[in-house]
Design a protein around this ligand. Structure first.
Ligand SMILES: NC(=O)N[C@@H](CC(=O)O)C(=O)O
Ligand SMILES: [Zn+2]
Ligand SMILES: [Zn+2]
Length: 434
């Protein structure tokens, strides 16, 4: 972050994870946190104050998994609108999935996404590189060349790397540069081309073609063994079933030397498959919404660390892709702006997690998985001024039209949820203020 002439003084916030003797005041100058006693000493600098009495200051949120749609589908989202939605959601860094048009499968494509993020200036936009060329699951993409531009996370998300041999080679390859393979765990043969939801009692009643929960957990069982075999890093995207949690719990015990991590989305922490009763395609998502037992299992796993992180899987879609009969609509829902609220609703208000655990799952751990060294840092003098101010008690009714995203496929529309994000500061810059 370059030189600035304005200081930002945040007063009265409680730092989550801060030391007991650290006061609540924070001074932001040139992208760094300074001793608040410095505020106003240099008369040439303007001082902007934020009164944060009663608020929490947490390290800026990091989203390991979102879809920003640029290049190719700028009608659904652009990097700039996605970054604006992220800032409003309290995020200071987001990782943009590779399933754009064209796919982020070359160094040049990765540089392009990063540059669009820098132009937007609303926090870090970090490209995820594809595992296979064109996401076709056949041939490895330019993993090494993308790594040289700083890419550490590789994923064919939207598709599963279903060929075990290709998955093994990808894991072996990225080990050299400390990369990680983020897998969309879903056996394509079990999921089939026509399936559109979770296979079970609800799909049977509604006459919708489902796919079994085993399509997810069987791939995870295979991949954790490949991660152990290759001694490489595996990250499991959007874990959604109780069996997947059981496989992960087993794998983390069985292979303590392996680096296996997993994420859950906010929607899988709260929404259930019953919502499909109205055939509203807003609730069509991949992985599909699951029964309540699965929701309970992923919450417990997030609480005890079996699931390491929360990631939004923000998947904006234009109206003409979403407004179809359920079976024909696109998979995906937006989520950047509501993510923290849903985590507070499902984990904090239920007593399953405290704010320390929320910070770990939404900031510290995702930053570590993506190897983003200037994100997820404790808020101390000398650290990057990358933080989010949170009102732990605020609530609001979600309005899909009140958004910085270009898309409206919002499953929370009309629902009252915690509305915690008050301000976001990314590398010293105020990127959102309520
Ligand atoms: N989650 C979704 O339902 N859709 C994602 C793809 C994905 O995450 O698998 C998308 O790109 O729209
Ligand atoms: Zn996916
Ligand atoms: Zn995704």
């Amino acid at each position: 972050m370059g030189e600035t002439t304005t200081d930002l003084l945040i007063t009265g916030a409680t730092r989550v994870g801060g030391l007991a003797d650290e006061g609540g005041d924070l001074l932001v100058r040139d992208g760094v946190l300074l001793d608040p006693a410095e505020a106003g000493r240099d008369g040439s600098r303007e001082l902007v104050r934020i009164d944060a009495d009663g608020l929490l200051a947490v390290p800026g949120l990091v989203d390991l998994h979102c879809h920003l749609r640029e290049p190719g589908r700028e009608d659904a989202e652009t990097v700039a609108t996605g970054a604006a939605a992220a800032a409003r959601g309290g995020f200071t860094a987001v990782l943009a999935m590779a399933n754009t048009v064209p796919v982020t499968d070359t160094a040049e494509a990765a540089r392009h996404v990063r540059a669009l993020g820098e132009q937007a200036g609303l926090g870090a936009v970090v490209p995820i590189g594809a595992v296979s060329k064109g996401l076709d699951g056949q041939e490895l993409a330019e993993l090494g060349l993308m790594a040289r531009t700083g890419v550490r996370v590789f994923s064919d998300d939207g598709h599963c790397v279903s060929d075990a041999r290709l998955m093994r080679r990808a894991l072996e390859y990225v080990r050299a540069f400390d990369g990680v393979i983020a897998q969309h765990a879903q056996d394509p043969r079990l999921a089939g081309p026509d399936a559109c939801c979770h296979e079970g009692e609800v799909s049977g009643r509604l006459g919708l073609a489902g796919w079994p929960a085993a399509a997810e957990s069987t791939i995870i069982a295979r991949d954790v063994q490949l991660a152990a075999l290759t001694r490489s890093r595996l990250h499991v995207c959007h874990v959604s079933t109780a069996e997947s949690v059981e496989v992960l719990r087993w794998a983390k015990q069985r292979y303590p030397q392996a680096d296996i991590t997993a994420e859950v989305t906010p929607h899988h922490l709260l929404l259930t498959t019953d919502l499909l009763a109205g055939y509203d395609p807003t609730f069509k998502v991949n992985p599909p919404l699951r029964p309540a037992e699965d929701v309970e299992a992923v919450r417990a796993a997030l609480a005890d660390g079996t699931i390491d992180a929360v990631a939004t899987d923000h998947a904006p879609h234009a109206r003409h892709d979403k407004e179809h009969a359920f079976a024909d609509a696109a998979f995906g829902m937006v989520g950047l702006e509501t993510a923290l609220g849903v985590v507070v609703e499902t984990m904090v208000r239920t007593g399953l997690a405290d704010w320390e655990r929320v910070v770990e799952a939404t900031s510290t751990t995702p930053a570590r998985i993506a190897r983003l060294t200037d994100q997820g840092r404790r808020l101390a003098v000398g650290a990057p001024a990358t933080l989010t101010l949170v009102d732990p008690t605020a609530r609001a009714v979600v309005d899909a039209a009140d958004t910085r995203s270009l898309s409206r496929n919002n499953p929370w529309h009309g629902r009252e949820l915690p509305d915690p994000v008050v301000a976001t500061v990314a590398a010293g810059r105020l990127t959102y203020r309520r």
